[in-house]
Design a protein around this ligand. Structure first.
Ligand SMILES: C[S@@+](CC[C@H](N)C(=O)[O-])C[C@H]1O[C@@H](n2cnc3c(N)ncnc32)[C@H](O)[C@@H]1O
Length: 497
């Protein structure tokens, strides 16, 4: 996030002070005297909260009364337009392209965008004005990157998940018609063009993406069992969301020292372990890959690399599998294989490190993340593919009767697909590692290098893993063949000893 790129430092400090005074004046709010909001712009981290003295575990760092959370339950917009805030079922994504109606139904996501727009356009008369003034006006999420900046992400699947066009059409369909139909609730909106309003709605949407919380029900509510933790995670658009002043001043990492607890009348931030003077107070956004952290929040950290993932498309594997049967398989038979599998095909498979979650004090296990194996679903899909091949082609089927042969074909094809996938990236892993180590890149390019480096590291580890299993398998197949020859020379097994 670029915190107010053009705002003078003194204005930045003044906004922080005004916000803190506003927060401390809220009935029921507390802010521990041994913490401070600080400008962390020097390391592109915006504002953050720092301990000014040593802090003991379980210390309450600050308390946010639920009445100060900006959400459908507190904003005046919901009383002006109650019909828009009646919970609706989520709509499938296709319906977002429907032509706009003057009163489109809202979900928790779009209703919070409308609430933020309503409050933002009230200017100083919004009860949340001092809080809104410290929200960012620009973001580092890839949604706002230039085409050249996006090329640095190379073959990362995150590029296809940015969704600018889908967000555009959703905002045009659900947000603009409401504003145009109720200009008095969105002061000065009448003087804004559709494009200007759209840009503002994007800004609010991005603020929600990186600042809003899923609001857990109060502990005594019936829904308590379903309560999820903290930050916006799922996007089913049913869980109520809200902007939680001060809780969202905390930066986050996969090694962290604070937690937000959702109690009945208030939310509290508490220390999970001793925090030393000068240390930053950090929250946790969950076991997110750096690609996902970048997509939602616009930053990456080395600690999140253990949660990196890479997608291996089925198309690459299938192509390599087909090569193993080029003799005797006609196009029509491949089509029959495709038909036989039609209902069960996954488009891609996620490869990840076998990595534990942080412990209850926010620390990572000492063990390094290792590659634990291929996903079971991939194994099943290849099995279904080979079964279909056996069904449509008797000749190929004969070769597939042997279980070890089937496994060899599976592993060999996956290995080649992994190499193909790695080759889709424009630079080699070693170059990226060198770029990171040398510090030769910065800003968005550096974040992109972290993302693609992490993905390639999994691809490499997966290749090493498959090579190991494949070597062992081939040795055992050779030993069996040699053994089967009835003792002409030493068996492969014996040769190894
Ligand atoms: C909830 S806000 C945290 C407060 C924010 N730094 C601010 O100035 O308002 C989340 C945003 O803070 C930034 N952020 C959070 N954790 C970070 C970290 N560990 N390193 C860099 N930036 C971080 C990202 O821009 C993210 O989108």
């Amino acid at each position: 996030m670029d915190v107010d790129g053009g705002t003078a430092y003194s204005e930045f400090v003044q906004q922080t002070e005004t916000f803190l005074r506003w927060f401390q004046a809220l009935p029921g709010a507390t802010f521990h005297p041994d913490i401070r909001i600080e400008d962390l712009g020097h390391r592109n981290a915006g504002r953050g909260i720092i301990a000014t003295k040593d802090i003991a575990p379980d210390t309450v760092l600050f308390t946010i009364p639920r009445s100060s959370i900006l959400c459908a339950a507190t904003s005046a917009l919901a009383t002006h337009l109650p019909s828009l805030f009646t919970p609706t079922q989520p709509q499938d994504s296709d319906s977002e392209d429907d032509s706009p109606s003057p009163s489109p139904s809202q979900d928790s996501w779009t209703s919070l965008i409308l609430i933020l727009l309503h409050e933002h356009l009230q200017g100083p008369s919004s009860p949340w004005a001092p809080y809104l003034s410290i929200l960012p006006t620009s973001f580092s999420t890839p949604m706002f990157w230039t085409p050249v900046e996006l090329t640095h992400l190379q073959a990362s699947a995150v590029v296809s998940k940015i969704g600018h066009a889908a967000a555009d059409s959703m905002l045009r369909a659900k947000i603009l018609p409401v504003i145009r139909a109720h200009p008095s609730l969105f002061p000065s909106s009448a003087s804004l063009t559709d494009d200007a309003l759209l840009a503002l709605a994007h800004r609010m949407g991005s603020a929600i993406m990186s600042y809003a919380f899923d609001l857990e029900p109060a502990p005594d509510s019936d829904d308590e069992e379903d309560a999820d933790d903290g930050w916006v995670e799922d996007r089913d658009h049913l869980t109520p969301m809200g902007m939680v002043p001060m809780a969202d001043m905390l930066n986050a990492d996969a090694v962290f020292n604070a937690h937000i607890n959702h109690a009945e009348g208030q939310l509290t931030a508490t220390a999970l372990r001793p925090i030393r003077a000068g240390e930053e107070i950090l929250n946790y956004y969950g076991p997110l890959s750096n690609a996902e952290l970048l997509r939602r929040y616009g930053y990456v950290t080395p600690q999140h690399a253990r949660y990196d993932v890479v997608e291996l498309p089925w198309g690459l594997i299938e192509r390599r599998l087909r090569e193993r049967f080029h003799v005797g398989m006609k196009e029509a038979q491949w089509a029959a294989v495709g038909d036989a599998m039609a209902d069960e095909v996954e488009d891609s498979f996620v490869l990840e490190w076998a990595s534990e979650e942080p412990d209850a004090t926010g620390q990572q296990p000492g063990t390094p993340a290792v590659f634990g194996g291929l996903p079971e679903e991939l194994d099943e899909q290849v099995r279904a593919f080979l079964k279909a091949v056996r069904k449509v082609n008797a000749l190929a089927g004969e070769a597939l009767e042997d279980k070890q042969t089937r496994k060899e074909i599976y592993l060999d094809s996956v290995l080649r697909a992994l190499r193909d996938r790695e080759a889709e990236y424009a630079t080699r892993l070693e170059e990226d590692e060198q770029l990171v180590a040398s510090g030769a890149v910065e800003g968005r390019q550096a974040m992109a290098v972290w993302v693609r480096k992490g993905e390639k590291q999994i691809l490499r580890a997966a290749q090493r893993w498959v090579e190991g299993v494949l070597d062992e398998l081939r040795r055992s197949m050779a030993a069996e063949r040699d053994g089967g020859r009835g003792g002409d020379g030493p068996s492969a097994k014996r040769r190894r000893h």
